[in-house]
Design a protein around this ligand. Structure first.
Ligand code: IPM
Ligand code: MG
Length: 361
């Protein structure tokens, strides 16, 4: 059956990096006679300008009907003052919620050749390979009630951090299973010393551990994890955290690798449907200059092939091609140590060249 892929370039460098990923995809589709249909639509500020909404209804409908969504990035300063519902970020939050993409997988790994690009000393980050499993459709991001009250003095605003047992179990299950497939270690992160919702989270994850005797479970308080990620990141294999803590910790983890332009992510629901996006944002400061690093988007395509499109071998080939690309010394500006850097549109052709060679070997 034809698999449907929806490409949502969004704003800023989202446009450039999705174009690169699509070039790689086009090559693989021809090479392997893949039966994929591809649709492009606007989201974020770009969609707001053209259609008055960051997530138009037809885009949401198309997303729901797709197997995989490749999402570039959204946002730019010119839309910062829009009211809540029109902000570009609503595209992201709306898609996550409406498609129930509760499981956000954010790998943070280091290409050892790029260790000098990291702000952390080499011996601390060498061989870094962490997976952050972030809950993505609950917690304080979506909890009700929420709001701003201006009819009382002083004015106030509030949000609700809430998780029910089912939500905790389903994200913890993803994390335990990921740990089983990796190095068998899971660290659950919360603030059980302060928050009821965290104490509850810890109790449920602890209860589930008996079903995973092969996984070594530990618990950490989120502030400590922030410190441990910088001091000794290699103690971690899989980290599971709520929406808010996962958001913060995944930025720290991505920074360790020195190259946020290299890291992909997947957001999955309980079917095999998923949305795939680079960890970096829309980078308005470099948009349109043909200097963005498209590797994170190309690696996100690999995750889509693996988790939603049932093409695990092709996913591995892309991941290996990226390793070869780096080993061969190819660098975009963000990871280059000299003046010799590649433009965005030079990356996909080199990746495709490597793929061509590996398919004939
Ligand atoms: C992320 C981003 C988003 C989030 C923003 C853009 C809404 O920071 O995906 O990590 O907070 O989830
Ligand atoms: Mg974030």
């Amino acid at each position: 059956m034809t698999k449907k892929i929806l490409i949502l370039p969004g704003d800023g460098i989202g446009q450039e990096v999705t174009a690169s990923a699509q070039e790689v995809l086009n090559y693989l589709m021809v090479e392997n006679a893949l039966d994929f249909s591809i649709t492009h639509m606007d989201v974020g500020g770009t969609a707001y300008e053209k259609h008055g909404s960051p997530l138009p209804a037809n885009v949401l409908a198309e997303a729901k009907a797709s197997d995989a969504i490749l999402f570039g990035a959204v946002g730019a300063p010119q839309w910062d003052d829009l009211d809540w519902d029109h902000r570009p970020e609503q595209a992201l939050l709306g898609l996550r919620k409406e498609l129930e993409l509760f499981a956000n997988l954010r790998p943070a790994f280091l290409f050892n050749e790029l260790a000098s690009a990291s702000p952390i000393k080499n011996h601390i980050i060498e061989n870094l390979d962490i997976l952050i499993v972030r809950e993505l459709t609950g917690g304080v991001y979506f909890g009700e009630p929420r709001g701003l009250v201006t009819s009382e003095s002083p004015n106030y605003a509030f949000n609700t951090m809430i998780y029910n047992e089912d939500e905790i179990r389903r994200i913890a299950k993803v994390a335990f299973e990921a740990a089983q497939k990796r190095n068998g270690k899971l660290c659950s992160v919360e603030k059980a010393n302060v928050l009821e919702v965290s104490k509850f989270w810890r109790a449920i994850v602890t209860d589930m551990a008996k079903d995973y005797p092969d996984v070594e479970l530990s618990h950490q308080l989120a502030d400590n994890t922030a410190m441990q990620l910088v001091l000794n990141p290699n103690q971690f294999d899989v980290i599971v955290a709520s929406n808010l803590f996962g958001d913060i910790l995944s930025d720290i983890a991505a920074t360790l690798s020195g190259s946020i332009g290299m890291l992909p992510s997947a957001s999955l629901n309980s079917t095999s449907q998923g949305m795939y996006e680079p960890c970096h944002g829309s980078a308005p400061d470099i948009a349109g200059q043909n200097i963005a690093n498209p590797i994170a988007m190309i690696a996100s395509l690999a995750m889509a092939l693996k988790y939603s499109l049932n093409e695990v071998t092709l996913a591995e080939r892309i991941d290996n091609a990226i390793k070869t690309f780096i080993a061969n010394g190819h660098r975009t500006k963000d990871i280059s140590t000299d003046n010799n850097s590649l433009n965005t549109n030079e990356v996909a052709p080199l990746i495709i060249e490597i793929l061509k060679n590996d398919s004939t070997n």
